[in-house]
Structures are given as structure tokens and as C-alpha cells.
Design a protein around this ligand. Structure first.
Ligand SMILES: Nc1ncnc2c1ncn2[C@@H]1O[C@H](COP(=O)(O)OP(=O)(O)O)[C@@H](O)[C@H]1O
Ligand SMILES: [Mg+2]
Length: 239
């Protein structure tokens, strides 16, 4: 029996009359990192928004742990173990690092273990412990992204959705952030969907890859196989 954490089947989504995603189907096996790569405007954020419940798909289904969540409200999905790191992190710049982290645990279920979880999360990101009283707006790009990931972890998610964590980061810092994600996914047994434009870097850390082009998945495979594929290299990796 397969152990799929999340299954997206025949999903379509868009905004009003504009349809953006067409017939999206893929699964996220438990504990695996799934990368969805594509250029700006391909539909990556729309895809994550539909999984997070921020928009309702026009077709198809989203199933989490075997239960249909296609129409489940976003805040209820948090309670089901889903957490999203939005593009750019979306921290509150005039609040401290600690206050931003606390906001990740606003759901009643997470609030009870807040103090303990805060300490665990700071163990994972020691730099955030050092900077806990600093305003989030004063963090460097890399620290901000770490803080956004840490905030998502405050609700003890099982499935993490990451929207282009590399935006605004240098290649070196991108590698560092992605390595951190890989590490903690393994440590916490997380399943991850990460969407990215940095194809080469993200396929190096993911287990499975899908290429999204104009709202459709045009290639899928083991990330390691996609990386070695000549056509993928020429078309999407600029090699
Ligand atoms: N709120 C919105 N209203 C209308 N169209 C949108 C909205 N957000 C995104 N789009 C359109 O949907 C398409 C996919 O966007 P998006 O999912 O943000 O792509 P990506 O994250 O891959 O850059 C683009 O053509 C974009 O203009
Ligand atoms: Mg986007």
C-alpha cells in the first residue's frame, strides 16, 4: 500500500474567469520532499494557495491523510498539520522575531505547547535565539527566510508548503536555506512541497520533481533523474 500524505487529483484553479491551473495531479509520499519548478507566472503560488485552502479549486480534489479537504477552510487545515511559508516570508517587520514566531502558534491546539515549541524551534535555528528581541524587519534576507520557516514550524505541522524560499537570496544563501529545510524535514519527519524557480538547486534537495509550465505539469520524475535529463537541463536549467 502506498503511504501518500497528500494527493492532488485533476485539480484546476484560477481567479474569477481566469483559469491558471489545469488538470494537476500528483501525490506527496509521507516524509518526502516534492519540488514543483517553473518560471515566474507558471502557477506555483496558485498551486500552493489551493493546497493551503486560500483559494478553492474549480475542479478536482485535494486529499490529506485520505480525507477530502478540497473545500476545507485554510485555518482548519492548520489543525490538520498543514503549514505554509509564503513567498518572501511575510514577517511582521515591526514585531520582534519572538513575536513573529508566537504568531505561528495562534491556533488553540498549538498555543498550549508554545513555550516548549519555541525552545525546540530556536534549537533548530540558533540564530533566531540570538536575534529573538530584534525587529524582524532588521534581519538579513537569509535570516528572514529562516524565521518564516521557523514560524510555520511553531504549529507542529506534518506537511510544509514552501513558496520560493530563494527569492532575494544569493546562490550561497539559497543553498544554506534549502539544506536547513532538508535537515529539519528529515529530523521532524515532515512532508514538503517546495515551489521554486531555482530548478538546479531545488532538484538537488528534493526526492520528486514536477515541472509546471503555463499551469500544467509537463514533466515528472525522481528529482535525481530530472536533473540528469538533457531536455530538462537545456529547457529549464539553462545548461
Ligand atoms: N490574485 C490574482 N488574480 C488574478 N490573477 C492572478 C492572481 N494571482 C496570480 N494570478 C495570475 O496567475 C498566473 C500564475 O501566477 P502565480 O501562481 O503567482 O505564478 P508563480 O507563482 O509561478 O509565479 C499568472 O498569470 C498571474 O498573473
Ligand atoms: Mg509565486
Amino acid at each position: 500500500m502506498s503511504d501518500d500524505h497528500l494527493v492532488i487529483a485533476g485539480m484546476g484553479a484560477g481567479y474569477g474567469d481566469v483559469s491558471v491551473l489545469h488538470d494537476i495531479s500528483f501525490a506527496v509520499p509521507r516524509g518526502k520532499i516534492v519540488a514543483v519548478v517553473g518560471v515566474n507566472g507558471a502557477g506555483k503560488t496558485t498551486l500552493l494557495s489551493a493546497v493551503a485552502g486560500l483559494i478553492v479549486p474549480t475542479r478536482g480534489t485535494v486529499t490529506l491523510d485520505g480525507a477530502d479537504i478540497t473545500r476545507t477552510a485554510a485555518h482548519r487545515r492548520t489543525g490538520l498539520g498543514l503549514a505554509m511559508v509564503p513567498e518572501g516570508g511575510r514577517l511582521f517587520p515591526f514585531m520582534s522575531v519572538r513575536e513573529n514566531l508566537e504568531l505561528g502558534a495562534y491556533a488553540p491546539a498549538s498555543r498550549s505547547g508554545l513555550v516548549e515549541r519555541m525552545s525546540e524551534v530556536m534549537d533548530m535555528f540558533p540564530i533566531l535565539r540570538d536575534r529573538q528581541d530584534q525587529l524582524a524587519g532588521r534581519l538579513s534576507g537569509g535570516e528572514r527566510q529562516m524565521c518564516a520557516v521557523a514560524r510555520a514550524l511553531m504549529s507542529r505541522p506534518q506537511l510544509l508548503l514552501l513558496d520560493e524560499p530563494s527569492v532575494g537570496l544569493s546562490p550561497l544563501m539559497t543553498e544554506k536555506v534549502l539544506a536547513t529545510v532538508t535537515d529539519l524535514a528529515a529530523r521532524e519527519g515532515l512532508s514538503v512541497i517546495i515551489v521554486e524557480q531555482r530548478v538546479t538547486e531545488v532538484l538537488a534537495m528534493a526526492d520528486i520533481g514536477h515541472i509546471l509550465d503555463h499551469g500544467r505539469i509537463v514533466r515528472s520524475g525522481l528529482a535525481a533523474d530530472l536533473r540528469k535529463d538533457r531536455q530538462v537541463q537545456e529547457t529549464y536549467m539553462g545548461l
